[in-house]
Ligand binder design. Structure first.
Ligand SMILES: [Fe+2]
Ligand SMILES: [Fe+2]
Length: 578
């Protein structure tokens, strides 16, 4: 409490200082304040001091401080679950690090980006950033950036089920290991060993798993942290189950579950371990029971995060005053394009925009362009126009339709490794996105989102009553949802999902015609087929035409910018003389 008061007083004092004096000292203090506030869970204050840090950095042209300010903001936003904003901030930090020509800073930022992508379930993107760190790392760097990146990379590959790559990253990480000097290094090591135990278990190498679990316990029990202790308990218990002491192992996992009640991420780890362990010993019922608890847990956390975010957007934004003296014109110009334009919009619009970005993030898991929502939105609006709706009504529908799969954000993206029966269960849970989306959007208190809530709720109902979640039929399904259902299925068929292959436009339209009167409203089906045939003839690249609204999304822009920056870097390495 005393430290907090001290840092709050320091921040207030720093805020009062006018002019450009003692910039480097002020920068130093503000960075310390931001880090303290973040580490102790005072996220508002952390964002506040990072905002002031950014302001002074721009004023005094300190690129190093500017990079730090963006990094702090990115880490705080990631912690709040606002991954799109976190990515935008980290991307700004990456641009600054590039401008500085400082490879170590670049490594730090790419590692942060990798963590944020992993957190969002975007493991491929994470792996690209983390591999880059490993490629540019130098032995003389002061921070253990490479080791951290390799440990995170092992996590990405674990989630992608690329186990031999995970093992390779893990071995390279182990080669860089040094004895932990302090509590935070111990925690790092515990997390590493925990990941490595999981990799070894997935690869069926029980001996290696036991070795890493023992290491995890050695560091975890010495770290004096309940989080580390629970990780160690889980690692050991999973090895017990694997080696045949099923009863002991499961009991230890249950105990870890009880002890982790108040610790979100540990509770998540314990639930995942229980699902996997029960599945492994062929007890599908308790596996399913814990899977349900897991879904409920993720749902509760994410909806809590989203409510916090919505509440924040309703208030005056914290960083609206930071760019008022753009001394670094060129850079600033580029950065504003990426930064959320929250400050200039009225509250309702900002909320919708934020929801759109979160929805685009959820879409990315299934469609790498992230434009599914945008394409469904424009196709729905075009169908509405062809039905004679006003331009205004069609525009409202477009905005609402973009959020149709919003509820996917409340569902864990990837939990289970190899078991097919549980993968089917996972798909069953996916159906809950209709209820979760409806609940989240209805509670947001923005009147324009009423329609979005209705669409999220009913876009998987069938005309004949065989859909979900409520088996509504015919005209009892709201017309908005009936329109979106057509656009959604067409887009899914023509873009291939993880479980399905890619279809041509004709093939997809044939499928939709075949479902006329069963899945889809018959009259709307006829109009829809006419519309898409016309659009397909008029536009050489139908995708680009329908997805163009997505290009304006700050989240997708940031994501694409990261890709460009990664590519630029590889070209530089290939042609070192240019
Ligand atoms: Fe859906
Ligand atoms: Fe969809």
């Amino acid at each position: 409490v005393q430290s907090k008061e001290f840092f709050v007083a320091a921040l207030q004092a720093l805020r009062k200082i006018r002019g450009g004096g003692n910039a480097s000292l002020r920068i130093h203090c503000l960075h310390a304040c931001s880090v303290f506030f973040f580490q102790h869970g005072h996220t508002d204050a952390a964002l506040d001091s990072a905002g002031l840090l950014e302001h002074i950095a721009l004023q005094s042209r300190s690129l190093q401080a500017l990079r730090q300010a963006y990094s702090v903001k990115g880490v705080v936003h990631a912690d709040l679950g606002n991954i799109p904003e976190a990515l935008a901030q980290h991307t700004c930090a990456l641009e600054v690090a590039r401008k500085m020509g400082d490879a170590e800073s670049e490594g730090v930022v790419l590692n942060n980006l990798g963590i944020a992508f992993n957190y969002a379930g975007l493991h491929r993107e994470a792996a690209a950033c983390l591999q880059k760190v490993a490629a540019i790392a130098r032995p003389e760097w002061k921070l253990p950036v490479e080791r951290k990146a390799l440990s995170n990379l092992a996590q990405s590959y674990l989630a992608l089920e690329q186990f031999s790559r995970a093992r390779e990253a893990m071995q390279r990480c182990l080669a860089l290991r040094s004895p932990p000097a302090d509590a935070s290094a111990r925690m790092d090591q515990t997390i590493c060993e925990f990941t490595f135990t999981q990799v070894a278990l997935e690869m069926g190498d029980n001996e290696l798993a036991r070795k890493h679990a023992s290491q995890c316990a050695a560091h975890g029990y010495a770290a004096n942290s309940i989080r580390c202790k629970i990780m160690a308990d889980i690692a050991l218990a999973r090895c017990d189950v694997r080696e045949g002491s099923v009863r002991n192992g499961l009991a230890a996992l249950q105990q870890a579950l009880d002890e982790s009640r108040d610790l979100d991420s540990s509770h998540f780890d314990a639930l995942v371990a229980l699902v996997k362990a029960y599945d492994e010993v062929d007890q599908p019922e308790p596996a399913l029971k814990h899977m349900k608890l897991l879904v409920a847990h993720v749902h509760k956390n994410r909806t809590g995060n989203i409510r916090t975010l919505l509440a924040m957007v309703g208030e005056s934004p914290t960083d609206s005053d930071t760019g008022s003296e753009p001394t670094l014109h060129v850079l600033e110009h580029r950065l504003t394009g990426l930064r959320a334009k929250v400050a200039q919009r009225e509250a309702a619009n900002s909320r919708i925009e934020m929801l759109e970005r979160l929805a685009a993030m959820a879409d990315l898991r299934e469609d790498s362009s992230g434009e599914h929502g945008y394409r469904v939105g424009s196709l729905s609006a075009l169908l509405a126009l062809s039905l004679g709706w006003t331009a205004e009504a069609a525009a409202d529908l477009e905005q609402a339709a973009r959020l149709h799969d919003f509820g996917k954000i409340g569902i864990p993206e990837h939990i289970l490794g190899s078991s097919h029966s549980l993968k089917n269960v996972e798909r069953e849970f996916m159906r809950m996105h209709t209820l979760i989306g409806a609940e989240l959007l209805a509670k947001s208190e923005v009147p324009q989102l009423k329609m979005a809530a209705e669409i999220a709720h009913h876009h998987h109902e069938w005309w004949n009553g065989n859909g979900y979640p409520h088996r509504l039929s015919g005209a009892r399904i709201p017309i908005h949802a009936r329109i979106v259902a057509l656009a959604d299925v067409f887009d899914a068929l023509t873009h291939g999902r993880p479980f399905a292959e890619l279809w041509s436009v004709e093939h997809a339209l044939q499928e939709i015609r075949d479902c006329r009167g069963t899945q889809f409203d018959p009259e709307l089906t006829d109009r829809f087929v006419e519309l898409v045939e016309r659009l397909d003839a008029e536009h050489e690249d139908l995708d680009a035409f329908l997805g163009k609204a997505g290009l304006k999304s700050p989240f997708l822009q940031a994501r694409n910018r990261v890709r460009e920056l990664l590519e630029e870097a590889s070209e530089r390495e290939l042609h070192p003389l240019h």
